[in-house]
Design a protein around this ligand. Structure first.
Ligand code: CA
Length: 255
C-alpha cells in the first residue's frame, strides 16, 4: 500500500486560426490543484482574464485549503470544502472585474473556470462556463460538469436536439463567466475516487472538435499521452479555437 502520487499532464495550444491563446491551464502538483480557464474579451482582455483567474484561484485555495483534512464521511467537511472552491472562483471574479474597472479597454472581459482539487481520495470541482471536467472510469467516459452555454441549456430544456446544438450559430455564447460581473453562480460537485480513475479538463476548443466517444477511446488507450493526441486531433480538424487539455491519471492516492 504505497502512496501513488497523482500524475498530471496538460497542454494548451493556440490552434490554427487565432493570433493569441486566451486559454490557460494550471497544474499545482504539490497542492493537487488543477485549473482550465478559457478567456474572452478584446484588447488582450481574454489573456488577462484567464491569467488573473488561475492565479487568484490557486492562491486562494493554497491559503484556505492547504492544511485541511477532509473526513470523507463528514458532510460538513465536504460542504465547507466546496464552499471554499466556490469562493475561490468568486475571488477571481472580483479581481478580474475590478481590473477591468481600472482599465476601461478591458471592460467586459471574462473567462470560464473549471477547477479541481484532490484531497485524499476525493475530487472537488468548481465550475463556471463551457470548459469541461470528464471522468474516465472502467472504460466509460462521464461528463461531470454542465456547460453554461445558451445552446446546451436549450438542449437540457428540450428546446434543441443535440444535433441542432452541434452546428448552432450561437454555440459559443456562454451564460455564465468569471469576471464579467463581481460575482457569479458557481456549480460545485465532488467525487469519491477509485483506483485507475482518470480525470480530464478541457476547453471547448477540444470538446467542440472531438466528440465524447473519441475522447473516451483515446484516453482509455493512451492515458496521459492522450493530451498530445487530442490537441493534435483538434488541430487537424481545423483548430479554429484555442485548445486546452489537462489529464490527471489515477488521482486516488489512497490505493
Ligand atoms: Ca474557447
Amino acid at each position: 500500500m504505497g502512496l501513488i502520487k497523482p500524475i498530471a499532464k496538460g497542454k494548451t495550444d493556440i490552434g490554427q486560426v487565432r493570433s493569441v491563446n486566451q486559454d490557460l491551464l494550471l497544474i499545482n502538483h504539490k497542492q493537487k490543484i488543477y485549473i482550465v480557464a478559457d478567456g474572452m474579451g478584446g484588447h488582450a482582455g481574454g489573456e488577462i482574464a484567464s491569467q488573473i483567474c488561475v492565479n487568484a484561484i490557486n492562491d486562494y485555495l493554497v491559503e484556505h485549503l492547504s492544511d485541511i483534512a477532509v473526513d470523507s464521511d463528514n458532510i460538513a467537511d465536504i460542504q465547507s470544502t466546496l464552499k471554499i472552491i466556490s469562493d475561490s472562483i468568486n475571488h477571481a471574479s472580483s479581481k478580474i472585474y475590478e481590473h477591468a474597472l481600472q482599465n476601461p479597454t478591458l471592460k467586459g472581459m471574462g473567462t470560464t473556470a473549471t477547477v479541481l482539487k484532490i484531497i485524499n481520495n476525493r475530487a472537488f470541482c468548481g465550475h463556471v462556463g463551457d470548459s469541461r471536467l470528464y471522468l474516465l472510469r472502467n472504460a466509460f467516459l462521464y461528463q461531470i460538469t454542465y456547460d453554461h452555454s445558451l445552446v446546451s441549456e436549450q438542449v437540457r430544456a428540450g428546446l434543441l436536439t443535440e444535433e441542432e446544438a452541434e452546428h448552432h450559430h450561437l454555440k459559443n455564447v456562454i451564460t455564465r463567466s468569471v469576471g464579467y460581473q463581481l460575482e457569479e453562480e458557481v456549480d460545485t460537485t465532488h467525487l469519491m475516487l477509485e483506483p485507475n480513475d482518470l480525470l480530464l479538463l478541457c476547453s471547448d476548443g477540444l470538446h467542440g472538435k472531438v466528440p465524447d466517444t473519441e475522447i473516451s477511446k483515446i484516453t482509455n488507450h493512451s492515458r496521459l499521452d492522450a493530451v498530445n493526441i487530442l490537441v493534435n486531433l483538434a488541430n487537424e480538424r481545423g483548430g479554429e479555437d484555442n485548445i486546452t487539455v489537462l489529464i490527471i491519471d489515477n488521482p486516488d492516492v489512497s490505493s
